[in-house]
Write a protein that binds this ligand. Structure first.
Ligand SMILES: [Ca+2]
Length: 105
């Protein structure tokens, strides 16, 4: 599985980006706190969801604090791919809940 290898390399490189599946809700919330701040700041029109353009702002802000896989996405300019991956219901709007779900995986 090419995808799994890629993920493993990424996880090894960035040493911990994604949350362990066993994290409690409180732990998840704590770990995602810095990203939550960036999410709110990136949501320019305060729609509670990020569109593709706002998502770039969000990722860049996360990359600046070395959060999760943001730096990798930024370096690869893989915003579109990352966006469609986390936008679970494919409505072109990334809600915080969708981001939390994606972060748990
Ligand atoms: Ca969505």
């Amino acid at each position: 599985m090419k995808k799994n290898i890629k993920y493993a390399i990424c996880a090894a490189t960035f040493g911990y980006a994604l949350l362990p599946i066993t994290s409690s809700a409180a732990e998840v919330e704590e770990k995602l706190k810095p990203a939550r701040k960036n999410f709110l700041a990136a949501d320019a029109d305060k729609s509670s969801g990020l569109d593709a353009k706002e998502f770039v702002t969000f990722i860049d802000a996360n990359a600046a604090i070395s959060f999760g896989k943001a730096k990798e996405i930024q370096q690869r300019k893989a915003y579109d791919r990352a966006f469609s991956k986390v936008d679970k219901n494919q409505d072109k709007s990334l809600t915080w809940d969708e981001f939390v779900e994606a972060s748990k995986q």
